[in-house]
Design a protein around this ligand. Sequence first.
Ligand SMILES: [Zn+2]
Length: 122
Amino acid sequence: MARLSSYDRMMAEIEADPEYQRRLAQHMAEIDERQRMQSWAADRVRAAGFDPAEGRGRKLLEKIERTAGDLCLARTRRGTLCIALGSGNGWRCRLHGGASIGPKTDEGRARAMANLVQNRPK
Ligand SMILES: [Zn+2]
């Protein structure tokens, strides 16, 4: 077995201490939490007018993180920002996406034209 220096022995003793392990875990959790509050998702929650650290803001943050989505943030008729999850182009929700702008790819346009011909009234 390799010989341990007095420093290594001291460190091994410290690392074996349950109190040290508990405080280290707590410290790591605090670092994670701080990084989380600086994340892009937390910025989006703040943009919606909520504090990502507590209450409803925290729930919103969890929702964004869980789904890897984004908030809609369209202005509602009440004047508040929509906090539903968005999707697709522009990341608006199902209520705020607006009308379809039609097929985008050449393949999609061709398919649309084929359907048009196929379904033409006789
Ligand atoms: Zn919306």
